[in-house]
Design a protein around this ligand. Sequence first.
Ligand code: HEC
Length: 148
Amino acid sequence: MSCYNSNGLISKLLKALFLFAIATLYSCQSSEQLKSEQYFVEGYQLYKTYCTNCHQDDGKGMANLYPPLQGSSILKNKELMACIIKNGMSDTILVAGKKFSRPMPANPKLTELEIAEIVSFVTMKWGQDSTRTSIELVQKSLAACKDH
Ligand code: HEC
């Protein structure tokens, strides 16, 4: 009988531990999910302030003046995107078969967090990303801009 009781206790403990592990895992995932949603929303606000004028709200750009972000291969290169946002660019580029050669202004005042939020918004909205781009990735990218 006492044997049965202690087994029961152990199995109860194991069950509690298991539920605790599941709950911890679940709350971690959902807080990460929440953070991605937060970056997306903040990123959208920043995009409207700093990018919409040229790249447009729908990310399709404008004629031969401003390249589209939607459909560009840049969506797969977040490192380079962070650098372009921070430092601007003046080059001639081919995006979706069209040539663009106007300069894009730099955004020296944007923080690493703000750049991470903008990259998150752009890549989650028009790219394949389902989660945010971290500040750490932006930090590393900005430190190595010349190499991208
Ligand atoms: C004043 C207009 C203007 C604004 C504002 C602007 N861009 Fe640009 N952007 C351009 C132009 C023009 C180019 C092409 C630059 C070139 O050809 O060298 C470009 C290029 C880019 C590229 C590279 C595109 C590719 O497919 O390689 C990215 C990414 C980009 N912009 C993102 C942004 C983001 C994000 C913002 C907001 C923080 C922003 N831009 C704000 C005009 C602008």
